[in-house]
Design a protein around this ligand. Sequence first.
Ligand code: FE2
Length: 438
Amino acid sequence: MFDLLVKRANLQDGRSGIDIACRDGKIVDIGPSIEGEAREVVDATGRLVTPPFVDAHWHLDATLLHGDGFTCESGLLYEGITAWAELKQTATVESYKQRARRALGWAIANGLLHVRCQTDICDPQLRQVQALIELREELKPFIDLQLVAFPQDGYFRDPIAVDAMERALDMGMDVVGGIPDYELTAPAGYEAVKTLCEIAKKRGLLVDMHTDQTPDPQSRQIEALTQEAIRLDMGAQVSASHCPSMANFNDYYADKLIGQIAQSGMNICVQPLTAATCWGVMTRVSQLYDAGVNVAFGQDCVMDPWFPFGKGDMLDVAHMAIVFGRLLSEKKKAMVFDSITYGGARALQIEGYGIEKGRNADLVVLQAADPMEAVRLRPNRLAVIRRGKVAARQEAQKASVYLPGQVLELDFTRENVMRSEGVVAHCRHCGGSHDHRH
Ligand code: FE2
């Protein structure tokens, strides 16, 4: 007896009609037409089924502040940082938890079950750190939070940050963060990169730094981080986030640097939504893909001092990545979808991830036939499964269009559009489905 059986799924790799059997929180069988009883059956005929989405970069402590008596007029990074410094004076552990919990409910409903949270440690009382550590524990059955100790006001620039970093890591943060381009000088930034990577190496932690968060082509903290990843042999344990300056590097330097990044084995975590609003440029994703660098994506901001929109949906991020990054070839579009699933899992080093026998029974059933239809529609998630149990459901979305003598029922999929062209609709008189051209 299986706990759960997903029937006739389309998979990200193009296979269709695949059953996925789950028992004791794991995938125990996968293939066409699996026989056997199951406590719960999810019919996924013609629907895309993916592993959970992965957000490699979300400032969860600041989320949902936008509109709560606060707006960001320019959308620019530094207005956001100044506003955030003010806002965090009055926030409490409970208020951080309440806002983050609400947004994580949206995330779970959207099949986003792994989040790397940038958590500001520049607070003498470390309220954000305490709030997110408590929430990580509380929500463990539903979603995995990986917490970055992020010195928002600069590791050396903020006089409390050096001490706060040690205290936050002692409390149980998972990842050492940084913001080297926000230090007072470029050399201070290089020193911060070196010191923070050494701390991570000593403690056996991952590294994820905000790197060159500026369109300035002279900002080159990324090469210091690459050097440390190589020197300390940390490779895949290191991520560089944002990196918009790379878009404006001259091509000769960018080619050399991207070769070094590929050699180091480090990850690049990109935030297309705020890349568009804060800087108007996104890092060189296409070139990074070509060089074999692992790219992950993050929402970065959801209704916070930097960005007014968002709903915990990585498909919004993929859509922006493809459009804003002009990643329009079939190959690159597929790579973007890989980045919001497997690429994110590689950057976060998630164990047991993916649709394979023996992996965690974590699955998302989407109201779309394939990855690109999912990106185009950002459709309802019909079922979100965590460790073999349904954690969230949404009804299938549909629209009714009332034409003379007929009602067209649409769900915006290509298949449905074809059907409406054949004028197959529900008859107002008999309620049945038939062709009204007879
Ligand atoms: Fe960020």
